[in-house]
Design a protein around this ligand. Structure first.
Ligand code: IMP
Ligand code: MG
Length: 171
């Protein structure tokens, strides 16, 4: 792990609050869909910081990484069958936007479930890593091309409970 956090808890929480206010002003969504497992803390903080409380919140499981630092490019989804999105205005939340395969794939799937509109919000964005033509509607921080952990983000399911965001160096 890096000697110093890349983003400290205090700055994370400030940004989550301003991001929630920014999205609330811009988009009248009624449904939050959070991606497990990485976004579990971000979604919790975001919903509490959101000025509007008339929201439905769902979590679905999306995975593309497994125990590796490279994306497998194939998005697997669990838990979407039981979620009703017919006519809903959805805000899809993820921890980090990397190659773009996960969010771009998920937007298509949520629209196929009948969502009226789907916008995306990623807490972190690594623009240099993009492999598909996709941009998020809202993001917290743009970060350089490094593997990061903490604040819900993992490497092989470790580090999720760290309150700050850290850079993980490859060995
Ligand atoms: P994408 O499909 O390549 O955009 O990948 C997005 C998913 O990969 C995110 O939901 C994360 O779970 C995971 N991911 C991408 N970069 C990192 C990272 O630096 N640390 C931890 N997980 C990451
Ligand atoms: Mg993830």
């Amino acid at each position: 792990m890096s000697a110093e956090p890349l983003i400290k808890q205090e700055d994370i929480l400030k940004r989550v609050k301003s991001l929630a206010e920014e999205v609330a002003k811009d988009y009248e969504f009624d449904t939050v869909v959070g991606l497990l497992t990485g976004a579990f803390i971000f979604v919790s903080d975001f919903c509490r910081a959101m000025p509007r409380k008339d929201l439905r919140v769902h979590f679905i499981k999306a995975s593309s990484y497994g125990g590796s630092m490279q994306s497998s490019r194939e998005v697997k989804v669990k838990g979407l069958d039981s979620v009703n999105l017919e006519g809903k205005k959805v805000l899809l939340l993820d921890d980090i936007l990397d190659t773009g395969h996960t969010l771009s794939g998920l937007v298509k799937m949520l629209k196929e479930k009948g969502a009226q509109e789907v916008r995306t919000c990623a807490f972190l964005d690594k623009p240099e890593r993009r492999e598909v033509d996709f941009e998020v509607d809202y993001s917290g921080f743009k970060i350089p091309n490094a593997f990061v952990v903490g604040y819900g983000l993992d490497f092989d399911d470790d580090y999720r409970a760290y309150p700050d965001i850290w850079t993980l160096e490859e060995e």
